[in-house]
Design a protein around this ligand. Structure first.
Ligand SMILES: Cc1cc2nc3c(=O)[nH]c(=O)nc-3n(C[C@H](O)[C@H](O)[C@H](O)COP(=O)(O)O)c2cc1C
Length: 197
């Protein structure tokens, strides 16, 4: 089983990326083949709304998103980790999700499946990890809406998110072993449902 982790934070020492790494380690220990993709190390442009994907199902931007499309399609499990910036998903994460416009076009304009062999594969599942510096009401609402959209476009069932308010300074999450344990447990459960390769 292939479990893909996508880290959206631009920070070199990032709370959400640290949690993703712990989740992927737990998934690997449970038998999954894991891969971490750092959006901050990728070269990709924002969607330019050219609408070519509505005609062809392909994105004309020849950048690192082309490899990420393939990984998203191949994954059995996906964990998306992105922080709250300015009350929504951070810009790097949102830019990646906007590039799934190609999947939207395949589904709703071309009326084809994004995952061609979906019926012969185990159900795909995933969850969202996020941190916010404050604990204000609904601080995750905007980011979670975008995360849900990401999983819907990727044709991946959206499981309960792991949302941690009041986590701010780089690496602050290391002071919260309870949070790390929650993320590790969720990752083990995520990969436990289908046999490993
Ligand atoms: C540009 C920017 C905007 C932010 N906006 C918010 C915000 O609107 N609400 C909030 O609670 N925290 C906000 N934060 C704090 C982050 O959510 C917090 O530091 C989080 O732990 C960052 O996760 P990361 O280390 O994975 O990037 C912001 C941080 C930055 C850098």
């Amino acid at each position: 089983m292939y479990c893909l982790g996508i880290a959206a934070s631009p920070r070199p020492v990032s709370n959400t990326t640290l949690l993703l790494e712990r989740a992927l380690s737990a998934a690997a220990a449970a038998g999954a083949r894991t891969e971490k993709v750092l959006l901050r190390e990728m070269q990709f442009s924002p969607c330019q709304a050219c609408e070519a994907c509505s005609r062809t199902g392909q994105c004309v931007l020849n950048d690192d998103m082309q490899q990420l499309y393939e990984k998203i399609i191949a994954a059995d499990r996906i964990i998306l980790a992105a922080p709250v910036y300015s009350m929504g998903m951070n810009a790097l994460g949102k830019a990646m999700v906007d590039r799934l416009q190609r999947f939207w076009a395949i589904k709703y304009v071309l009326q084809q499946p994004v995952i061609a062999d979906k019926n012969s594969r185990p159900p795909r599942k995933g969850f969202f990890i996020s941190c916010a510096g404050t604990k204000i009401k609904d601080v995750f609402a905007g980011a979670e809406q975008v995360a849900k959209y990401f999983f819907r476009m990727a044709e991946v069932e959206y499981l309960s998110p792991l949302l941690f308010p009041g986590i701010d300074e780089p690496g602050a999450v290391f002071n919260h072993p309870d949070i790390i344990a929650k993320v590790e447990k969720a990752a083990r459960t995520l990969v436990a449902e289908i046999p490993s390769e």
